[in-house]
Design a binder for this molecule. Structure first.
Ligand code: URA
Length: 211
């Protein structure tokens, strides 16, 4: 598994405001959107391209365009939905699938309650969206889903990761597939309730105005 931490002052600044307990939902949503667009730029560095002939008003030239099949973007519901617009802004031609996953607050295991994905993902580049890589349980379950459908090229875009979660994903992936995780920051640790410290709290609640 490859880990890419987006090291950029704008990412750091926006993340600082996002973490702040006084940042209200409307600003939080806007910042998530902006951060994901910045992360999407990094996450798509290896997106597949092809050479096509283009005629400009002046001459004919070979140019680079996105190749077929289209990439697949998969937000993990609920919080990943808040990342969708930021991602598709840079990849407007992507197909969008959905995975509904929730962690059981007692066992901390990921439960899948909805899925809408193409049956065959062989040869597709897949981008999973989930803001918080905490225990890694949800992300591993989501990656497993995609691998079972034939995907071998998966990039997860997360805002904040805990070292514990990164290790769980690394151990699960091994050399089964080309998996990349792109994050804005790697934080200190998980607390006893499996929240990321310092983190930003519950991303879904803060996105959707529950707190
Ligand atoms: N999910 C969140 O929303 N926040 C955390 O800190 C961990 C998991």
């Amino acid at each position: 598994m490859r880990l890419h931490v987006a090291d950029h002052p704008l990412v750091a600044h926006k993340l600082a405001v996002l973490r702040d307990v006084n940042t209200k939902s409307p600003t939080f949503r806007l910042l998530v959107d902006e951060l994901v667009t910045l992360l999407a730029y990094e996450a798509t560095r290896d997106v597949r391209t092809e050479q096509v002939e283009i005629t400009t008003p002046v001459a004919t030239t070979l140019s680079t365009k996105l190749a077929s099949p289209r990439p697949l973007v998969v937000p993990i519901l609920r919080a990943g939905l808040g990342m969708l617009d930021g991602m598709t802004r840079l990849l407007p031609s992507a197909e969008v699938g959905f995975l509904g996953m929730q962690r059981d607050e007692e066992t901390l295991e990921a439960i899948t309650y909805a899925n809408r994905l193409p049956e065959d993902l062989s040869g597709r580049q897949c981008f999973l969206l989930d803001p918080m890589l905490a225990t890694g349980g949800t992300l591993v379950a989501a990656i497993d889903y995609l691998l079972q459908r034939g995907a071998r090229d998966v990039t997860a875009v997360c805002l904040i990761a805990a070292p514990e979660g990164i290790k769980v994903v690394e151990d699960f992936v091994g050399d089964r597939a080309d998996v990349q995780v792109v994050v804005a920051a790697v934080d200190e640790r998980l607390n006893e309730k499996a929240y990321i410290v310092p983190g930003l709290g519950d991303a879904g609640d803060r996105l959707y105005g529950v707190v």
